[in-house]
Design a protein around this ligand. Sequence first.
Ligand code: PGA
Length: 297
Amino acid sequence: MQFQATVLAAILSSAAAFSPAISNNAASTTSLSATRQPIMAGNWKMNPSTEADAVALGEGLTSLLGEETCPIDDENPLCTEVVIFPPHPFISKVRESVEDAGITIGAQSMYFEDSGAYTGSVCASMVLSIGCEYVLCGHSERRTLFDDDDAAINRKVKKVLSSGMKPILCIGETKAEYDLNIKNEVCAMQLSKDLQGVTKEEMADVVIAYEPVWAIGTGLVCGSDAANETHGFLRTVLARMYDEEVAQATRIQYGGSVTPDSVDELMSKPEIDGCLVGGASLDAEKFGRIINYKHTK
Ligand code: PGA
């Protein structure tokens, strides 16, 4: 216990040390707002198999959107922003089929370099030019299967921002780290490293997704009270790195086995601003129900 408290104090003080005190010239497309607009995102991962199936999934979703759904909107902070992340080859076609419904498109990944001999990779200008507004950064599958480390994730976050897009930065502890009771330390460290050099102004465009790795694709949902508590802790880290304004304005999603059955309870919690959904986003009915969660806060 003593050890953990000491480690956490050290991480929090280094989080403050990483804090970017000055702003740079990168344009922020949003401003820090006191009201956190809900944001529901669907990460399709390496699904579905064909372009026709991807378009059908997007179209199925558009028919299920409720009136409380809209793109990011300072004038209407209570309506839910919806973002979907199809695989790269399907992005353009899916965007055409969903944009009139107010659904925003994002890329599941990109490489931080601008161009060159990087076989198999795509860069920021490519995904921006086909209409992507968001890019997932730091997803646990990228961290483990594709060796994205915190330094690479940090470069990716900064490239997304300087290109005029918005990162959804995914962080979260593994099962072993959860069992060791070092969840907070792991999340604080990831936030500190992955946001190093990101300015206060740029934070208006950053969404954080807390995704316990042990809950992703396993059917094990983190309890809503536990997730809410972790989100609250992440705000204390953001307050140390930036200030209370950033801590309160930053949208923090929960991700990990979210379903129509768990969404209402999760979204009733004050610190949870949305969900990042994998498996259930591949079923239009299920994701439609998640987007149209019951508003109880
Ligand atoms: P899941 O995936 O909803 O299938 O657990 C979540 C994610 O990977 O973002």
